[in-house]
Every structure is written in C-alpha cells, then in structure tokens.
Design a protein around this ligand. Structure first.
Ligand code: GLA
Length: 369
C-alpha cells in the first residue's frame, strides 16, 4: 500500500473501531491537450499523476471522515457545499442508476492539490465509486463508474463538467496518456515517455485557486451550446472550420477554440506516436494562445508562465484544466532554469509564489486492500 492508503486505513480503524473492509485510491490528472472539448463531444489527452485520494470504507453507520480537514460529516442526501458532497453524490448517482447500495462509512485522505485544476474532486469521486463497487459487488465497469461520477458532479454537486477527469482517474495507466473520444467514450492509451527523449513535463501551480462552480465554467458551456445551436449542429464536435464564417463575436471565438483544439488533439496523438515531441510542443503553444484569446479563460499568471517557458527554451507550454487559475504545463529539457526564472518573474509581478511538480504518467484508480 502507498503511504496515503495506509494512512486512511489507520484513520478508519481509529475512528470506527475496526479495520476497513476495503481500501481504494484514485489519482488526479494533468491534461496534455484538449481543453473544454469534452463537453462538446470532442477529444482530450490527459494523464494520471502520482498524487491521489485514498478511501477506506466499510458497511455500517458512522459517517464520512476526512483526515485532511479533521472533520466528520454525515452521509446525508443533502448538498452542503463541502468535500463530503462528492462521496454523497456518488452514492446518489449509484442509486439513481438502480444499484442497491446500502449506507457505508468511510475515511478519506489525499494529496492532490485542491482548487489547482488537477482534478481533486474527480479523484475523491472515483475512489469512492471504485470502493463501493468492490464493497457491494456492483459489477460496474470502469467506464460506467466514470459516467456515474460525472452525474454526481453535474447533478448533485452542480458543476456541469464533462467526462475527462473521471475518465482519466479511472482509466489512465502508468507510462501513458489517455486519448478519449468524449462522444463515443472510446479510450486508447498513448505511450508518453518524455524522459526517454531527455524532456521534462513541468507543472506550475500558479496558486490562484479556482472553484469550478464559482468561475465562468458553466458559462463557457452555455456559450458553446449557443454556438452549436446557431450552426444547427448537435455539438461543436460536428462543426468544422468552414462553419466559422456563419458566426460572429463571442460565439465565433468560442467555437473557433473548440474546433481548432479538437484538431490539435488528433495531431498531438499522432505526434506522440511518432515520438515527435517538437510537434507536440508546438501544438501546446497553439492551444494556449487559443485558450487565452478565443476561449478567454487564461489569467496573467498562466500567461506569464507560458511566456517565461518560451523564453527559457521550452518546446511547448499551456494552461491545463478548466482555466481561470490553477496550473500550466511545460515540455522542456531544463526545468530548473524555468523554475527559477518563473519565481523571479512572479515576484516581480507581485504574483503569489508558484509551486512546481514534475508529474510522470502514473497508474489510475486501484482497489488496494
Ligand atoms: C474541468 C472539467 C472537465 C473539462 C476541463 C476543461 O476539469 O471537469 O470536464 O471540461 O475542465 O478541459
């Protein structure tokens, strides 16, 4: 067991007076490319990171305990705007799908940075779903569990997210990114070994916290739906560059991002398969420009990191995740120079001190005990 999993098993035993029946854990993710495309029926290419949320669970009363918040919450059916809404939402979604899940008690612990666009919320959902599936013998597939978790997030928690984060957390494998067609829900591993090419994947957390509910996320989703409706297509996945002349203003900018980003994901998958990291890097820079100028979800901090990355010889860099704060990722040979240049730049601009992570593609969710 990983340290986090042992910690959560101990916390369960202390809190509930006996060992857990099941221990599971699930990772956060970084998205290599393909942003805001998932809820438009498009393509994404995330990979799982080594930071995880662990859950220890068992049958019976006692509630939900978080070691991180040192807090016990009830397994209620109400939403309270707190961390416990995620496991509650998963239970709700499993029951909505007709699974006969009785109550349970559980302890949680995690080290996925929260509010950093690294999918800490998907990690707690998917860890819970996998644990409950094993505990009660539900026999659901990982893809089905991902869909239940997204439903929990959309309808219980109230964030209209797509499927990317839950998919990444449940289906990613060590050493690979996951290419997902978010319409068919087909997923394919694409080996990602930047180290073998002498490159690092450096993640910069700007520490501008974002909560999806409070940002323009749901608003972007509505704008994309509006552009699709103007074009008379089901989703922007069905539109191409030729359609753009029928749009103007905000709808044009939003649609141009989605259409071009879908194309970039397909080219990125090809580039990775050919070991063409220079090609991948160029697509990352283009993705960032599109998210900044057309989708308008970047921040001064994210832009400053991407520019500093460019000045320091990065092959590519872009914001990753929902935007409006959180993290960016750079592909480059020399992360140490970029780290110190970024720290200097952020200090000069009076931004918060950034945090850096060197995340390698890590295993997806697992039942470990
Ligand atoms: C968040 C959502 C995802 C996806 C990304 C943007 O992480 O949860 O579904 O839309 O933003 O790509």
């Amino acid at each position: 067991m990983r340290e986090m999993e042992e910690k959560v098993a101990r916390a369960y035993a202390e809190r509930f007076g006996g060992p857990p029946e099941i221990v599971a854990s699930a990772p956060g993710r970084v998205n290599l490319i393909g942003e805001h495309t998932d809820y438009n029926g498009g393509f994404v290419l995330p990979y799982a990171i080594e930071r995880r949320v662990a859950v220890a669970a068992g049958r019976g009363e006692g509630g939900l305990f978080s070691t991180d918040f040192d807090e016990l919450r009830g397994l209620t059916t109400d939403r309270e705007g707190v961390w416990a809404d995620y496991p509650r939402g998963v239970l709700w979604a499993l029951r909505e799908a007709g699974h006969d899940v009785p109550g349970f008690r559980a302890a949680f612990a995690g080290d996925v940075p929260r509010g950093a666009a690294l999918s800490s919320s998907a990690a707690i959902e998917t860890a819970t779903a996998l644990a409950l599936d094993a505990l009660f013998g539900l026999g659901a597939s990982r893809k089905e569990l991902a869909v239940f978790c997204r439903r929990a997030e959309n309808e219980f928690v109230g964030v209209e997210s797509g499927i990317m984060d839950q998919y990444a957390s449940l289906l990613c494998t060590e050493g690979s990114a996951l290419f997902v067609d978010c319409r068919s829900l087909d997923a394919e591993e694409v080996p990602l070994d930047a180290r073998a090419a002498g490159l690092s994947l450096l993640v910069c957390d700007t520490r501008v916290e974002r909560g999806l509910g409070e940002t323009g996320y749901n608003e972007r989703r509505r704008q994309c739906a509006a552009a699709a409706s103007t074009l008379g297509v089901k989703e922007l996945r069905d539109a191409d560059e030729g359609d753009l002349e029928k749009l103007s203003g905000e709808e044009l900018r939003r649609a141009r991002h989605i259409i071009s980003e879908n194309g970039r994901v397909l080219r990125a998958v090809e580039a990775l398969r050919e070991g063409d990291f220079a090609g991948l890097g160029g697509l990352m820079y283009a993705s960032h420009a599109s998210l900044r100028d057309d989708f308008e979800i970047s921040t001064p901090e994210l832009d400053a990191f991407v520019e500093t990355a460019r000045e320091n010889g990065s092959w590519g860099a872009r914001l990753t995740g929902g935007g409006f704060g959180g993290c960016a990722i750079a592909l480059l040979p020399d992360p140490e120079t970029l780290k110190s240049s970024t720290r200097r730049k952020f200090e000069g601009e009076r931004f918060r001190e950034p945090a850096f992570y060197d995340f390698q593609p890590s295993p997806g969710a697992e039942v470990v005990g």
